[in-house]
Design a protein around this ligand. Structure first.
Ligand SMILES: Nc1ncnc2c1ncn2[C@@H]1O[C@H](COP(=O)(O)OP(=O)(O)OP(=O)(O)O)[C@@H](O)[C@H]1O
Length: 775
């Protein structure tokens, strides 16, 4: 409505809003008000992002793919249109609520038709109104004035309701689409592949901001298009009936204008694409400072951070300057184009008026009709910047969708050659991350495809056989892109109670072996058989637990830290599962449905609503401990068990500090010391009680006493472990030691060979020998 009120020569009640949401902050334009109708929703937050491509830790050859991606912004309709189709159709064709969504869309379209009807009525009212004015017919003028006012009362609700329902529908569509994207993003650990392979820049921004802009603009645009078609038909008749040459002038004017604006505004598409990424990079730089405040402060790295941030800001500003220039050039043209409209129709029909062939009101009517039609056929001219911004959003989202779907379908629609080099492995790893946990016969995953080695396959055999927990067969690991061999032909099995320590120089490939078992690394060849399924796939299930090098602390309560990831479900779900499990246990469960938030005497104020179950931390003969296979749900631990786990890992003082309240919320990542976080990670393991836990330098921040206590607790709980570590003191907690030589550099042992490895009884590993291999 605002748009039309601002349009030159518009004398009737406002026509429909022709303004598309603005997808970028742009220079102010003379026609700003027409673009501002719904646009304010987008710019303020559209540049939010947290994960730019530069943040990818180890993309191939250490190169960021961001530049390539940005330069790859597509202006090609052959790329944009299919992507647009793939993005638009699912909600309307596949959504469960498709019927109601379609009906609601039909309602919005009906209201849009209503707005056109109102415009036509006001076109005629305007004519009679000005005729009465020029004829000085007071009675007629009063009658027209009343009609006009009544028309406004009847017409305004149509516009308001159309805008309301359109926005509501866009919001629902956004929610549906965002849930779809996040489901694909987390499916089979695709988020990890996207990050590790640098497949797209700023996935978070694409999910949080681009989807919102997309749904909002797509819906607005479809309404504008519909309106334009109906307007065109309605007002063409009016204009043609007034004066056919005026109609011909309009066609020439609009077609010429559209062609010129396309040519002038062409650079805007690529510049908009880049602006999105540059702004996201800048914001991510700020997020990194917040997340690493202490490290930066210790290093005194403020100046460096500031320089980096300024560089990112400069990149965003430089690009925006280019955007401003391109926008300015387009504005020169569109402003002339727009302002000429106010006089063009009057100039064309004026001779008729002077000859007395038409009345004064007809001049206004023709100007109004001309303006309507011109707006319809000049959509591209008026909205070029909005369309350019929209194409950038379609391009970014379409590219992201292809990557996610490529991953879901077992391949990767990677569009970047550099990322490809790094992610040929990642591609294969995607399916390997384990969708087969429910299979009964063992499902090979991660089909080969890696150039040199044919890829690594993983088979999950549900249920532990009792003889072996993990079999590694002829495993060769290569560094992505460089192809350097880290480990060659590794073959070993881990049986219950036969814990293994992996040692070797830094960069030898110790973590990579764990990654491979977890299904996160596929550069190389060989086969892995996991007897039992990894944790975290389904609530309370799993036999293999991974503890990464950097402990991950979730946002939330202390309870959330302890339950993650085994019971990381909404509380209602876990409670239901716990109740189910307790019932199934048929009385084995401890019986009380609440431990009273402090019934163990620690004075906590936990929720007290968790069903109790027979998990006793640290006891290996517990009937619920892992002994025979996957698929069993672990009962939700009681508050008493959570507290016991904290005590076992020497975190009782922490519990006291927070008044024994398991539901205390804090920024745990910054309040807990690294050692405390590592102990928390052990508490998780003790509660989840897997058959096998793979730990990557999980005690590196602990003193030897705590280290001993934690390993002893694992043994007492009957958990077999594979540890990666550098400390020679670790050998005493393990039965065997796997020594990996890596690339051979930095090894002191004379018999160490690149890619070589050897397994020895831990008892044979003297301190000297261990140190020898540490390089
Ligand atoms: N995604 C990747 N792309 C390229 N190279 C990688 C990637 N991930 C790991 N590497 C390289 O593979 C080698 C082995 O890394 P890994 O983390 O397994 O070593 P590590 O033995 O655990 O080292 P440390 O003891 O220092 O933790 C290193 O040279 C590392 O830089």
């Amino acid at each position: 409505m605002l748009a039309q009120l601002c349009a030159p020569a518009s004398l009737g009640l406002a026509g429909p809003s022709k303004g598309l949401p603005r997808l970028h902050a742009r220079p102010r334009r003379p026609d700003r008000c027409r673009l501002a109708t719904r646009s304010q929703q987008a710019p303020a937050e559209q540049r939010e992002s947290t994960t730019p491509a530069e943040a990818v830790p180890r993309s191939a050859a250490g190169r960021s793919v961001l530049t390539t991606k940005q330069e790859g912004a597509s202006t090609d309709l052959a790329v944009i249109l299919p992507r647009l189709k793939e993005l638009v159709l699912p909600y309307w064709m596949e959504s469960d609520e498709k019927n109601s969504a379609r009906w609601r869309l039909a309602g919005v379209f009906a209201l849009t038709l209503g707005t056109t009807g109102v415009s036509v009525v006001f076109n005629y009212l305007g004519r009679d109104f000005f005729n009465a004015l020029s004829a000085k017919d007071q009675e007629k003028f009063t009658e027209m004035l009343i009609k006009w006012l009544l028309g406004i009362c009847a017409g305004v609700p149509v516009y308001v309701l159309r805008d309301y329902y359109q926005s509501k529908l866009a919001l629902e569509w956004r929610q549906w689409m965002t849930e779809r994207f996040t489901a694909d993003y987390f499916y089979d650990r695709t988020f990890y592949q996207v990050q590790a392979g640098a497949l797209v820049d700023n996935p978070d921004q694409r999910i949080a901001v681009d989807i919102r802009n997309f749904t909002d603009t797509a819906l607005t645009f479809s309404v504008v298009m519909l309106n334009a078609v109906v307007d065109l038909v309605s007002f063409s008749g009016i204009l043609y009936s007034i004066y056919p040459p005026l109609f011909a002038a309009l066609l020439v004017y609009s077609i010429g204008g559209t062609a010129l604006s396309l040519r002038i505004g062409q650079p805007l598409v690529g510049l908009n694409f880049q602006q999105e990424a540059q702004e996201a990079n800048f914001r991510y730089g700020l997020v990194r400072v917040r997340e690493n405040a202490e490290s930066i402060a210790f290093y005194g790295g403020e100046d460096n951070e500031q320089r980096l941030l300024n560089a990112r800001l400069r990149a965003a500003v430089d690009n925006f300057l280019e955007l401003l220039k391109a926008s300015r050039n387009l504005s020169f043209f569109t402003s002339f184009y727009r302002f000429l409209i106010s006089v063009l129709p009057a100039a064309v029909v004026a001779p008729l008026y002077f000859r007395g062939e038409i009345e004064f009101g007809v001049i206004n009517q023709s100007a109004s009709a001309f303006n309507h039609i011109l707006t319809d056929v000049s959509l591209v001219v008026y909205q070029f910047e909005a369309i350019a911004g929209f194409s950038a959003v379609v391009d970014r989202l379409g590219e992201f969708r292809e990557v996610l779907h490529g991953s879901r379908n077992g391949g990767t629609a990677t569009v970047d050659p550099i990322a490809l080099a790094a992610s040929s492995d990642a591609e294969d790893a995607a399916p390997a991350a384990g969708s087969s946990s429910s299979s009964s016969g063992g499902v090979p995953q991660g089909a080969g495809g890696e150039g040199e080695g044919g890829g690594i396959t993983i088979t999950d055999l549900p249920g532990t056989s009792g003889r072996s927990l993990l079999d590694i067969q002829d495993l060769t690991l290569r560094v992505p892109s460089s192809g350097t061999t880290l480990v060659s032909g590794l073959t070993l099995s881990v049986t219950p109670g036969q814990s293994l320590l992996i040692m070797g120089p830094s960069g030898a490939g110790k973590t990579s072996i764990l990654r491979t078992v977890a299904g996160l690394w596929n550069s190389g060849s060989g086969h892995i058989v996991r007897h039992g399924q990894p944790m975290g796939r389904a609530e309370g299930e799993g036999d293999i637990f991974f503890v990464p090098q950097r402990p991950y602390v979730v946002l939330g309560t202390l309870r959330d830290q302890l339950l993650y990831p085994t019971w990381a479900q909404p509380l209602e779900a876990t409670e239901a599962a716990a109740a189910e499990a307790a019932a199934a246990e048929g009385g084995k469960a401890a019986g009380s449905s609440s431990d009273g938030g402090g019934s163990d005497g620690s004075g906590g104020s936990g929720t007290g609503s968790h069903a109790a179950a027979a998990v006793s931390v640290g006891s290996s003969d517990d009937s619920s401990s892992s002994s025979n296979g996957a698929g069993r749900r672990r009962p939700l631990p009681t508050d008493a068990q959570l507290r016991e786990a904290l005590r076992t890992v020497q975190l009782a003082p922490l519990l006291e500090r927070i008044g024994g309240n398991l539901d205390a919320v804090a920024d745990w990542a910054s309040t807990l010391s690294l050692g405390e976080q590592q102990r928390l990670a052990f508490a998780r393991v003790l509660l989840a009680k897997p058959q096998l836990v793979l730990m990557d330098e999980s005690t590196s921040a602990l003193d030897t006493r705590n280290e001993r206590l934690l390993y002893q607790a694992l043994r007492d709980a009957g958990i077999t472990f594979i540890s990666v570590g550098h400390r020679p003191t670790l050998t005493q907690f393990h039965e065997r030691v796997l020594l990996v030589h890596g690339t051979g550099s930095g090894l002191d042992a004379a018999d160490a060979a690149p890619g070589g490895w050897e397994v020895r009884p831990a008892s044979e590993m003297s301190l000297e020998k261990a140190l020898d291999y540490m390089g």
